[in-house]
Design a protein. Structure first.
Length: 188
């Protein structure tokens, strides 16, 4: 009988310890109204961080493609919409003495696109009428040295023009990622 009591006391003690640890390690935020918003922001931050890691990996390990920017967006443009690929874009000298140019980007489906650049140069997304598409967010990348900045734009399926400007470099590398579409295997 004593042994049964000992086990019962141990079980109660372990349950009490579990409850105390759960309370001690729980969320101490008394404002539950913002909990869903906080989780959503954390998910967005986590995805952004994960996409930055993806961009760093593709920028350093490839695969790699090449494209050339031109100075007239009305002419046929190289399309740089290679999934999970680092595209090295040769820029040209523009009338203002800086380097830049235009390339095409075909969005296969509607979504939020992250554009990661190796250099901090002027960047814009233009629609078919050459009107600027709103850049939702821009920022620097600290995950690696090969990626300098990122820009985020919500795009409908279709073809867009990427404009580079104000560059003092002769090329820029681009990796694009679509939010929510980064689950894929990498070749070893």
């Amino acid at each position: 009988m004593r042994r049964e009591r000992w086990w019962l006391m141990m079980l109660v003690a372990m349950m009490a310890l579990g409850v105390m640890l759960g309370v001690a390690c729980g969320d101490d935020d008394d404002d539950d109204d913002d909990a869903a918003d906080d989780d959503s922001d954390d998910d967005d931050d986590d995805e952004g961080d994960e996409l930055q890691g993806e961009a760093c990996e593709h920028m350093t390990e490839g695969p790699f493609e090449n494209a050339a920017a031109i100075d007239d967006p009305h002419l046929e443009l190289d399309d740089v919409a290679f999934d999970h690929t680092s595209v090295n874009i040769a820029l040209i000298e523009l009338e203002d003495g800086n380097n830049g140019g235009y390339v095409a980007f075909t969005a296969e489906e509607t979504g939020e696109f992250f554009f990661f650049l190796s250099e901090d140069v002027g960047f814009a997304v233009l629609d078919g009428d050459l009107s600027a598409v709103e850049i939702e967010e821009s920022g620097s990348v600290s995950a690696c040295d090969e990626v300098s900045v990122y820009h985020v734009a919500d795009l409908d399926a279709g073809t867009y023009i990427l404009e580079f400007s104000g560059a003092d470099v002769t090329s820029v590398s681009l990796v694009h990622e679509m939010a929510g579409e980064h689950d894929h295997d990498h070749e070893e």
